[in-house]
Design a binder for this molecule. Structure first.
Ligand SMILES: N[C@@H](CCC(=O)N[C@@H](CS)C(=O)NCC(=O)O)C(=O)O
Length: 215
């Protein structure tokens, strides 16, 4: 596969362990596949060369001998094509893995992020309380539906897939005390994040920052 991913050379402390190349690192770790890193700085992110790889100047981007792409969900699904650890091989299992990746990114993440914006980015804005009061019920509606779906299941489709990987990373942006109202979802998130491959992915991201800092 000979894959390389882009990641940042450095980020503020609060973002360490949360930058979205983590999803791709986690997928590689679950699949047991090696990958290289292209660590980029602020000057590279806006270069024409990098924008040709990732049009929005974001991380992660991905390339191997035959494929170049961006968007963490698309990259994780691409890796899943090479690994049964991330998606069953039968057509129904593969299609449903794709479905859950989209569900996490399209039906859950926008609402989780809307509340995160209210909690952190716009916390001091005069309209923040009103905005938060509008978006929390929307997010909680999705969490409640997820709790109902998970009832009695360890993972979204019974076994771990790329859909769980992406869903768990989305759920990491829900503060613990807010997720506590949804015990089945909190337990599911904890189950996903307890996977050894997740621990290795976090370590790989943090190690990359440390190596750059020491250089
Ligand atoms: N939808 C993209 C989002 C990627 C993203 O938000 N990357 C952030 C880091 S977590 C980034 O590069 N931010 C810098 C910027 O937007 O300029 C994906 O999932 O790959």
């Amino acid at each position: 596969m000979n894959a390389t991913i882009s990641a940042f050379q450095s980020v503020p402390d609060f973002a360490k362990g949360f930058v979205k190349d983590l999803r791709v690192r986690w997928a590689f770790e679950e699949a047991g596949l090696p990958y290289g890193q292209s660590l980029i700085g602020a000057e590279t992110k806006d270069s024409a060369e990098y924008r040709a790889w990732q049009p929005f100047g974001q991380v992660p981007a991905y390339r191997d001998e035959t494929v170049s792409l961006f968007e963490s969900g698309a990259i994780v699904l691409h890796i899943a094509e090479s690994s049964e650890a991330l998606a069953p091989r039968d057509p129904q299992g593969r299609a449903r893995t794709t479905m859950w990746v989209f569900a996490a990114l399209n039906s859950v993440e926008p609402y989780v992020d809307a509340v995160a914006l209210a909690n952190f980015v716009f916390a001091d804005a005069p309209w923040s309380t009103e905005y938060r009061a509008k978006v929390v019920p929307l997010r909680d509606g999705r969490l409640s539906a997820l709790a109902a779906w998970l009832d009695g299941k360890d993972y979204l489709e019974g076994r771990f897939t790329a859909g769980d990987l992406i869903m768990a990373t989305v759920l990491r942006n829900v503060p613990d005390h807010e997720l506590a109202s949804f015990p089945a979802v909190a337990a599911y998130r904890a189950r996903c994040l307890a996977r050894p491959a997740f621990g290795r992915a976090i370590k790989a991201q943090l190690d990359a920052f440390e190596t750059q800092q020491a250089a």
